[in-house]
Write a protein that binds this ligand. Structure first.
Ligand code: GLY
Ligand code: MN
Ligand code: MN
Length: 430
């Protein structure tokens, strides 16, 4: 049961959404908006469906991630109508709706069919959601400008959303501790995953994204997606990137642990963590997020120099020559909310020096971001460097020694406040 303080914040959250959405509808010339929660599609050629997780705007209002074929009708000056699908079905159960104060803000209806509630007389109606579910629904489907404007309403989190994100961090951190302990006790990737799931009490399919659990070389694949069921002969490193979904809201945390006797790798983890702390301390209103990304490259360059991996080049030259990109190929982070890579972070395409950056905005209070620097030994990115003119600057024997540890990523979730930031992941760790 959520605490009463969190529950007491939710009606205000809904009030804020009502006014934000009313403003967007007004600006875009609509009178009403119908939101579909979605439904799990069937697997092709099969009678089984994919696991369901709800559509972002529906989660923004309700947090009900598992409710298929539900609908929400928003109108100016009226209580939203929340229509939940409750079929008579002896094969499947219907999800129970907990009796919580936020439901007072809605007119709740139960529908035996998956159809949308009628919106007759609502005026000009927009309908948003998975197009395959909207065929028979009257109204304008997924108007692009309206959808973009609604996405923007998600960039600034309400106090309720921040409380949910903080709790998602606390739950995930318990899983990270259990995962680290399992790894140090010699567990396989599969068993590390079981330890994480057990400590978080979360089915893997319900988590915000597939947990990334890489031991040794696997830690160097950014989104490594398999789990070895056997532990390696020697467990040199663990990278686990895993979150929890709480009332719709996601955490997205990464920790890297060195195995016993891996002093050099442990020192690199420590160096990257110091850098990560410095980058986190940059998070504040008025800061251009791209600047944090660019500072990361300079920090990685310094770390490569101190570790003896790259020599006889200035930090600026290492960045300009693309050396840091080979060790840190992804972006420094992204918005976080009801989607792990939350919307509205890219008002323009990313710049050429940061092609994978998912957030290009100046930070403002209420925004929630990740800060996730990494340093990896990825053969396909390092080989061209080693065999080219820059190869003489790179310490190949040391690289060969560390390659078996795969890589490092350290990722926290931060809220931008009026004066700086709150690090939800470190708060949960202490
Ligand atoms: N877990 C995916 C990411 O960190 O963006
Ligand atoms: Mn992330
Ligand atoms: Mn992550």
């Amino acid at each position: 049961m959520p605490d009463t303080e969190l529950l007491s914040l939710q009606p205000d959250h809904i009030g804020i959404l009502q006014s934000r959405y009313e403003q967007v509808l007004e600006d875009q010339g609509y009178d009403a908006l119908l939101i579909s929660s979605g439904a799990a599609p069937m697997r092709y050629g099969d009678d089984q469906s994919w696991h369901f997780q709800g559509y972002g705007p529906f989660l923004h209002w309700t947090g009900l991630a598992g409710f298929e074929c539900a609908w929400l009708l928003i109108r100016k000056g009226r209580k939203p109508i929340l229509s939940l699908h409750q079929p008579v079905d002896f094969w499947h159960a219907s999800l129970e709706l907990a009796h919580e104060p936020w439901l007072e803000e809605f007119e709740v209806r139960f529908n035996e069919t998956p159809s949308a509630p009628a919106a007759d007389g609502a005026g000009r109606l927009a309908v948003i959601g998975d197009p395959s579910l909207l065929a028979d629904v009257p109204g304008e489907h997924n108007p692009a400008e309206l959808c973009a404007a609604l996405d923007k309403t998600r960039a600034h989190k309400t106090p309720y959303e921040i409380a949910c994100l903080a709790q998602a961090n606390r739950l995930a951190m318990a899983g990270h501790h259990a995962a680290r302990d399992a790894f140090l006790a010699g567990a396989s990737e599969f068993d590390v995953n079981l330890a994480y799931q057990s400590a978080t009490h979360q089915r893997e399919a319900d988590s915000p994204y597939h947990s990334i659990i890489g031991i040794n070389e696997h830690a160097g694949t950014l989104h490594y997606q398999y789990y070895d069921t056997a532990a390696p002969k020697k467990s040199r490193s663990l990278l686990i990137d895993a979150g929890v979904r709480y009332r719709g809201y996601c955490s997205d945390i990464t920790r890297t642990t060195a195995g016993v006797g891996e002093g050099r790798f442990a020192a690199l983890i420590q160096g990257l963590e110091q850098l990560q702390f410095r980058l986190c301390s940059m998070v504040a209103p008025g800061v251009d997020y791209i600047d944090i990304h660019r500072k990361t490259h300079l920090g990685i360059a310094a770390l490569l120099g101190v570790a003896g991996l790259v020599s006889d080049l200035s930090e600026e030259d290492m960045v300009a020559a693309g050396i840091t990109r080979a060790f840190f190929p992804h972006g420094i982070g992204h918005f976080l909310g009801v989607q792990v890579h939350d919307v509205a972070g890219k008002p323009a395409p990313p710049p050429p020096d940061a092609p994978f950056l998912r957030l290009m905005r100046t930070l403002e209070p209420g925004m929630v971001v990740t800060i996730e620097p990494g340093l990896y030994f990825i053969p396909s990115l390092l080989e061209p460097l080693l065999s080219g003119p820059l190869g003489c600057h790179i310490n190949r024997p040391l690289l060969d020694e560390l390659q078996g540890c795969g890589g490092i990523r350290i990722e926290d979730n931060l809220v931008v406040t009026e004066s700086g930031c709150r690090n939800l992941s470190r708060e949960a760790e202490s």
